[in-house]
Design a protein around this ligand. Structure first.
Ligand code: NAD
Ligand code: LMR
Length: 340
């Protein structure tokens, strides 16, 4: 290639990157909810976002009007719950965050939400597949272990499934793990980077404490820590006493994951987050989705890391997680088969 053509190609690439930087549309489905509102607020504060589209079955335009007064550059628009409103909200989105659905009350498991949330997620997935088939889809609605497979099945049925673009958001488990470890150790949680693998409910949540360097957390102390991370969601459900589950910490976690994807899509290297994705790690055991450290890139999933060295205790935790995960994933797949 001549020097002039090389220089031209470089200018084109720069222009493309710059325009990609200027045009990151983020859509939130369920934007008026307990998670949706603070999550939308945090996305409005993110300078990497240029357009924010807020959709809900109620109050989308109201929340959008409120957030739109914040003096950051991005534009904000709310959409009415009509097929055309949903389509317009999704059109051109780079990231679609889905916190739509009902939260738990005390005494419920996340799986108890399945009957209500499965059809909400299925119908929203259909709209995303039609209007934004290339978007990164970030599923927050519970039970994540089943709702993510539901999205896959819908995308597959519409011939637009790309495993690199579908994520179950498990960041809250990572956030909690680093916070809880820091409480024990008296460290700054920002310096704690605890890998959490598996899925997002009860025993499917597996923190790999041995990889954090805190070898002194052992025995009963370790059991209590692992239990707190696995059932951290219950602490909030109990404290909110019937008024829902984690919303503010979840909004922070969702915003962190979206920010990581935006960084990666805008060219930053080495962006790694644990997330629940279609994964080769345990496919031979019939477990198609598994959360582990995932390197993110402009195409979504760049590299799925394996779990690294585990203790015997952690191997047992993973084994227990796999048994539940297999059932949870199958439940999502079966739901779409029976209720396409
Ligand atoms: P919420 O009830 O406060 O808000 C849910 C919102 O979804 C409401 O505004 C509702 O109008 C909206 N909605 C319902 N059906 C919709 C549809 N078809 N289209 C668009 N919007 C719709 O609940 P929340 O506390 O925000 O929790 C939302 C979900 O997130 C729950 O399923 C909860 O279990 C889950 N959650 C997941 C995590 C995680 O770590 N992945 C953490 C916390 C909560
Ligand atoms: C959480 O982990 O806080 C969420 O999954 C909400 C819940 O039901 O616990």
């Amino acid at each position: 290639m001549s020097f002039a053509r090389q220089a031209y190609a470089q200018v084109q690439r720069r222009a493309f990157t710059a325009s990609a930087r200027q045009s990151s549309k983020v859509t939130v489905l369920g934007a008026a909810g307990g998670i949706g509102q603070p999550l939308s607020l945090l996305m409005k504060l993110n300078p990497r976002v240029s357009q924010l589209a807020l959709y809900d079955i109620r109050l989308g335009p109201g929340v959008a009007a409120d957030i739109s007064h914040i003096n950051t550059k991005s534009t904000v628009k709310g959409y009415d719950p009509t097929p055309s409103g949903l389509k317009e909200a999704l059109s051109g989105a780079e990231i679609v965050l889905i916190p739509a659905g009902v939260p738990r009350k005390p005494g419920m498991t996340r799986d108890d939400l399945f009957n209500t949330n499965a059809s909400i997620v299925r119908d929203l997935a259909k709209a995303v597949a039609d209007a934004a088939p290339n978007a990164n889809v970030l599923v927050i609605s519970n039970p994540v272990n089943s709702t993510v497979p539901i999205v896959r099945e819908i995308f597959k049925s519409k011939g637009v499934y790309n495993p690199k673009r579908l994520f179950g958001v498990t960041t809250l488990d990572v956030v909690r793990a680093s916070r809880f470890v820091s409480e024990i150790k008296g460290t700054d949680p920002a310096d704690e980077n605890i890998t959490v693998v598996g899925g997002h409910s009860g025993v499917t949540i597996v923190p790999l404490i041995s990889q954090s360097g805190h070898t002194d957390i052992a025995g009963e102390k370790l059991d209590a820590l692992v239990n707190r991370i696995q059932f951290g969601g219950d602490e909030v459900v109990k404290a909110k006493d019937g008024a829902g589950s984690a919303t503010l910490s979840m909004a922070m976690a969702g915003a962190r994951f979206a920010e990581s994807l935006l960084k990666a899509s805008q060219g930053e290297k080495g962006v790694i987050e644990p997330t629940f994705v279609e994964s080769p790690l345990y496919k031979d055991q019939g477990v198609d989705f598994f959360a582990s450290k995932v390197e993110l890139g402009p195409e979504g999933v760049e590299k799925i890391h394996d779990l690294g060295k585990l203790t015997t205790h952690e191997e047992k935790l993973v084994e227990a997680a796999l048994a539940d995960l297999k059932k949870n994933i199958q439940k999502g797949v079966d739901f779409v088969k029976a209720n396409p």
